[in-house]
Design a protein around this ligand. Structure first.
Ligand SMILES: [Zn+2]
Length: 499
């Protein structure tokens, strides 16, 4: 009788456990630890296994800043018996064989050390790698989390177990949350592109209200260039962000953050670099925050729309002439609209940084398809090519639309239509070049527009400004085959770019 009872309980337990196994919602819980001094962060990941036998994770993404050796920042990977590990360095893969284990946990350290003998020579190095040193921690999810390899969409959470109490803390998942020990969570699909942690005693975080949206300004307090970064950024919160929200008629935002911090391991003065995230942008600075840095800040924050909310093609490399070039055009016209750039800075950027550089470039005629392959290895040529090519075309297209509509419409109207079209599509649907042409055909001849895209953006033929008409406010002169734009007498940039 007694044995039967035990048997029944065991059977019940078995049924219950397999039932709960099937019912278990996928999850990934990260617990992080840092002492505020060392260059490593301890990561403990507890997760549900969607496959009974093994789980495969990958770590890092070489497309994120071309960091091909990113796997070496993960150290001391360990699991609990009976689980065993197999590591595939070449493919950045980590396989965990469960061997019947019911709970699954993997622990590892992220090494964010900044070796003095390997100083930062390009911003990419520090920008796209974990930075962890005494009093300073900056981490993006791609630098410390595991990528899933199945289609499950786990609920992902982060919390800090160990951290210095008196440090400034900022997280980009839920920035209003100021305590590191409080769990942050969201579904995997949503949380991708969203996690940035800043912790340290050299940071300053300021909050703004921009048209009802909370905005956060995250900066280092001091650096060797004498920057007052909070002061330099305030015109963005006061003028530029309101301008670009009006440009897109869009205030549908939970929050936004700007994180501008000084590089920590450069010996020489090097420029600035940055990347956009879903609700913010991250910039690293190895110089004074000046005209160029304003452009980078404006460009990166503008990516919220062109590049993130509105993208042509499957990946960000497909049509960078749009994702980067058209974004850059919306950037400079919003800098003009918000008076951060005056006529001089606007024309200088258009002419010296774009027309001149592009028309002098040996590779200006390269096909669009050749960009992705050489983007990170020859960034100074190939990396900038789509920005300039796209910006010049956006400027030309804006002029065409204004001329064809007698000033009634501008490129902004076409971009707003494209944004509206994006919103009618499902998340997994993409905007195509054909969509771009369809939307543009409201304003210009469809055949002509289609030919222009093929010729100038895809095949890469430079636009011949000898045979092009611009609005009367702009004059163009061509010297040694390099076009240069000037403002006509009495033309007012603030009137041209008004919304
Ligand atoms: Zn960009």
């Amino acid at each position: 009788m007694k044995t039967n009872k035990i048997k029944i309980i065991i059977i019940l337990l078995l049924i219950f456990s397999s039932f709960s196994y099937a019912q278990q919602k996928p999850f990934m819980d990260y617990v992080l630890s840092w002492d505020g001094e060392s260059s490593t962060v301890g990561v403990e990941l507890t997760y549900s296994a969607t496959q009974k036998d093994s789980t495969v994770f990958t770590f890092g993404d070489p497309d994120f800043g071309g960091q091909h050796d990113i796997f070496y920042t993960v150290k001391n990977i360990r699991v609990v018996k009976p689980e065993v590990l197999r590591i595939d360095e070449a493919n950045r893969g980590i396989t965990i064989y469960h061997n019947g284990a019911k709970e699954h946990r993997i622990s590892y350290d992220i090494d964010g050390s900044l070796p003095i003998d390997k100083p930062t020579r390009t911003t990419q190095t520090e920008l796209f790698r974990p930075v962890i040193a005494k009093g300073i921690l900056m981490l993006v999810h791609l630098q410390f989390t595991m990528k899933i390899t199945d289609k499950s969409n786990p609920l992902v959470s982060f919390r800090w177990r160990k951290y210095p109490e008196n440090f400034t803390y900022f997280n980009s998942v839920q920035p209003s949350q100021k305590r590191p020990s409080v769990k942050l969570e969201d579904y995997y699909d949503k949380i991708s592109q969203k996690v940035y942690f800043v912790m340290g005693d050299t940071f300053d975080v300021k909050e703004y209200d921009v048209m009802g949206i909370p905005y956060y300004s995250v900066t280092t307090k001091r650096d060797k260039y004498g920057n007052d970064l909070q002061g330099s950024l305030s015109p963005f919160f006061e003028n530029y962000f309101p301008s670009i929200h009006r440009f897109w008629n869009d205030t549908d935002f939970p929050f936004y953050f700007l994180a501008v911090t000084a590089l920590q391991n450069n010996q020489e003065e090097i420029g600035a670099g940055g990347f956009g995230m879903k609700n913010g942008f991250v910039m690293k600075l190895g110089t004074k925050f000046d005209t160029w840095e304003k452009l980078v800040t404006a460009h990166e924050t503008a990516h919220t729309w062109v590049g993130l909310k509105i993208m042509l093609g499957k990946g960000s490399f497909d049509h960078q002439w749009f994702g980067e070039g058209f974004n850059d055009y919306t950037t400079i016209i919003n800098l003009a609209n918000s008076k951060i750039y005056g006529e001089k800075e606007f024309l200088h950027y258009l002419n010296n940084d774009n027309f001149k550089q592009h028309y002098e470039s040996k590779i200006k005629g390269e096909h669009n398809d050749s960009i992705a392959a050489k983007y990170w290895t020859d960034y100074s040529n190939y990396g900038r090519l789509p920005y300039r090519r796209g910006l010049i075309y956006a400027f030309y297209l804006d002029n065409q639309i204004r001329l064809a509509s007698n000033g009634k419409f501008t490129l902004r109207n076409m971009l707003l239509d494209l944004y509206a079209l994006r919103q009618t599509k499902k998340n997994d649907e993409i905007l195509t070049v054909d969509d771009f042409i369809d939307v543009g055909s409201t304003y210009l001849d469809k055949q002509e527009l289609s030919e222009q895209i093929k010729r100038y953006m895809i095949a890469g033929q430079p636009i011949d400004f000898n045979n092009i008409k611009l609005i009367p406010e702009f004059k163009i002169e061509i010297n040694n085959n390099i076009p240069k734009v000037n403002l006509a007498e009495r033309a007012d940039l603030l009137k041209i770019y008004e919304w």
